[in-house]
Design a protein around this ligand. Structure first.
Ligand SMILES: Nc1ncnc2c1ncn2[C@@H]1O[C@H](COP(=O)(O)OP(=O)(O)O)[C@@H](O)[C@H]1O
Ligand SMILES: [Mg+2]
Length: 397
């Protein structure tokens, strides 16, 4: 596949003009190394996974860094976290020189903890997720967004299975309380079987014979490595009893399909998971829109004790809120908008001053329509492309 321009590139370039360092995190194989090498073709490059480099660095960190002329890419720094203290002191010698230290690392590594804090003010921290639908039209429910299975769809299942293997061996091993990778692999499959559901930790712990705190810490590992998305419940008191647990999704829809044994578009179309896969895909694209703009992911779900629910609520600029209902179907009907209207009414009743709301039913139209379809006076039917465009603009409406 030819190099696909990443949306995050402009944020990376902007940060490199302001901060001495930048730290790019994100799941493995999402394109971190490719992005940095593309944006900074003249920077020198060191892979901290290379045993030669790591041992040179360990034996003489100051000497190692003295021999380097920034700008430099230090890739996978979680393998040599001692480098941070030295990078920091070099930054403090020349605090005005921007864009010198270009680092990638995985956020979950125990050794990385505290490192991001210690670089506060010196480094911009950004997260790169797999390709979004805005970046490549090939991104879809079945394939997901990782560049490699998109480039070679025929061998996608082989890719996903080796991806999981490497993920377990490199990212999960080393996390303190994961002693048994085989059990963690089963855990991943069980999480996939709950794709799109309200998270119930007890229900996950039972079949694995592990404790609820263990499940909580394993979920944390999956979330920090951006392998799952946990969508928390809406936080505002609307005078209703709301579900307090998050909804859980496998972050990449291609990986979700692989874990659920869905191998073709025909199988996906018939699968009982179709609705949930579509919903998770929408959540993933919303989050990519936010992280690619250098923002924190922010998305909620709404469900009350009476079963009234709206899939997603997304805060935008100046208090605006976008409410999203997902329908995996090609066409939608005005009745698909009824829970959106009811939740919107509850929000209007409880929020002062009045909140500007955008209400969307997102679906899969046969062809991407130019704009949107008016479903009711206040609800529009949109494609995912159109939805993320709206959210990218801060939900202006
Ligand atoms: N922007 C891109 N366009 C096309 N292919 C890409 C892009 N970014 C990454 N890839 C491909 O995806 C794979 C993983 O990319 P890499 O940069 O090594 O990911 P990471 O550093 O996050 O593990 C590589 O085979 C690479 O060629
Ligand atoms: Mg890399």
């Amino acid at each position: 596949m030819r190099y696909v321009t990443r949306e995050l590139e402009s944020e990376v370039q902007r940060a490199a003009r302001t901060f001495p360092a930048l730290i790019l995190t994100g799941p493995r194989r999402s394109g971190k190394t490719s992005l940095l090498r593309h944006v900074f073709p003249d920077a020198s490059y060191f892979l901290m996974e290379d045993p030669n480099i790591v041992s040179r660095l360990r034996s003489d960190p100051a000497g190692f860094l003295d021999a380097i002329r920034p700008p430099v890419i230090l890739d996978e720094v979680q393998n040599a976290p001692e480098v941070f203290a030295h990078v920091r002191s070099r930054i403090d010698m020349r605090p005005r020189r921007a864009g010198q230290w270009l680092l990638t690392g995985s956020q979950e590594a125990p050794l990385m903890r505290g490192v991001t804090e210690s670089m506060a003010g010196r480094a911009a921290i950004m997260q790169l997720r797999p390709l979004s639908i805005r970046e490549s039209p090939k991104v879809a429910l079945l394939s997901g967004g990782y560049p490699e299975p998109l480039a070679r769809p025929r061998t996608a299942s082989l890719w996903f299975s080796s991806f999981i293997q490497t993920y377990l061996e490199r990212d999960v091993r080393g996390v303190s309380d994961v002693k048994d990778l085989a059990t963690f692999r089963r855990f991943l499959s069980i999480v996939a079987s709950r794709h799109g559901q309200i998270l119930n930790k007890t229900d996950l712990a039972g079949p694995l014979g592990v404790s609820v705190p263990t499940v909580a810490s394993w979920l944390n590992v999956l979330e920090l490595t951006a392998q799952i998305i946990l969508v928390p419940p809406f936080y505002e008191n609307l005078g209703k009893r709301l579900t307090k647990s998050p909804k859980v999704y496998i972050a990449d829809s291609g990986l979700a399909c692989f874990l659920l044994g869905i191998e073709s578009r025909a199988e996906l179309a018939k699968s009982p998971f179709l609705g949930a896969i579509f919903e998770g895909f929408v959540a993933g694209e919303i989050i990519k829109t936010q992280t690619n703009a250098g923002r924190r992911p922010e998305i909620y779900h709404f469900r009350d004790a009476q079963g009234l629910e709206v899939d997603f609520l997304v805060p935008g600029r100046s208090g605006r809120l976008t409410l999203v209902e997902c329908k995996a179907a090609r066409s939608v009907r005005p009745s698909d908008s009824s829970s959106l209207a009811r939740v919107a009414a509850a929000i209007r009743l409880h929020r002062t001053p009045r909140t500007p709301l955008n209400l969307f039913v997102v679906h899969q139209p046969a062809a991407v329509p130019a704009r949107f379809e008016v479903l009711t006076p206040e609800v529009k039917a949109v494609s995912i492309e159109r939805l993320v465009e709206e959210i990218g603009q801060g939900g202006r409406g």
